[in-house]
Design a protein around this ligand. Structure first.
Ligand code: GRF
Length: 200
C-alpha cells in the first residue's frame, strides 16, 4: 500500500486483514513523505514500512524506479494507492497494470483531480462519494470497480462532506472491492469487469 498522509484507508485494511474480511497480508507500506501519520499506523500493526521521498530523486522516472524496486520483489497480488499524492509515470503503471488500484474521493468521471468535495458543493450536487478504480496512465481515468454515494447536506462544507465520504464510503468500499478481487469474485478482463463470472 502506498500512502502520503493520515492513512485512514490503510487502517481500514489493517482492520480488515486482521478480522478475516480480507484474506491477505499487507506486505509493505510505502510513503513518499517521512511525516505521513499512516506510517505510525503501519508500524503499530507490525507492517514493514519504507519511506521513498520524491525529493530525493532528480526525476519522476528515478523516483518511480525506486518504488518499483521496493515493491516488485514482493510479488504483490495488488498494489493499492490510498491517499498517495504523487502522479505515477507510465513505467510504474506498466509494472503493475491490472493489479494497481486507487480510491478517489468523487463519483468518477465527475471531478478527477483535487479539491473534489469543494467542487461538488460549488456545483450544487445533491450527492457526492468515492470511487475505487484501476490505475491507468490517464489520471483518475481507469475502469471504476465500485462507487459509493452520500447526500450533500445544505450546511456541508468541504471538511464535513469529506468526513462523511471517508467514513460512510471510502472505509467501506475499498476493503470490500479488494476482498472481491483477491477472492476472484470480481475479475478484471481485457474487455471489462466480471462479477461472479458474469460480465458487468
Ligand atoms: C482520501 O480522501 C482518499 O480518497 C484520497 O486521499 C485522502 C486521504 O486518505 N485519495 P487517507 O486518510 O490517507 O487514507
Amino acid at each position: 500500500m502506498l500512502i502520503s498522509g493520515r492513512g485512514r484507508n490503510l487502517q481500514a485494511f489493517i482492520d480488515a486483514t486482521r478480522d478475516g474480511r480480507i484474506e491477505a497480508d499487507i506486505a509493505l507500506v510505502v510513503s513518499n513523505r517521512a511525516d505521513a501519520a499512516g506510517l505510525g499506523l503501519a508500524r503499530d500493526a507490525g507492517i514493514p514500512t519504507r519511506v521513498i521521498a520524491h525529493r530525493d530523486y532528480p526525476t519522476r522516472e528515478a523516483f518511480d524506479a525506486q518504488l518499483i524496486d521496493a515493491i516488485a520483489p514482493l510479488q504483490p497480488d495488488l498494489v493499492l494507492l490510498a491517499g498517495f499524492m504523487r502522479i505515477l509515470t507510465p513505467s510504474f503503471i506498466r509494472a503493475f497494470e491490472g493489479r494497481l488500484l486507487n480510491i478517489h474521493p468523487s463519483l468518477l468521471p465527475r471531478y478527477p483531480g483535487l479539491d473534489t468535495h469543494a467542487r461538488a458543493i460549488a456545483a450544487g450536487d445533491a450527492e457526492h462519494g468515492a470511487s475505487v478504480h484501476l490505475v491507468t496512465e490517464e489520471l483518475d481515468g481507469g475502469s471504476v470497480l465500485m462507487q459509493g454515494a452520500v447526500p450533500v447536506l445544505p450546511d456541508d462544507d468541504a471538511a464535513s462532506l469529506a468526513e462523511r465520504v471517508m467514513r460512510d464510503v471510502e472505509l467501506r468500499i475499498y476493503p470490500q472491492v479488494v476482498s472481491w478481487c483477491l477472492r476472484g469474485v470480481l475479475t478484471v478482463a481485457a474487455d471489462g469487469l466480471r462479477y461472479e463470472g458474469e460480465r458487468v
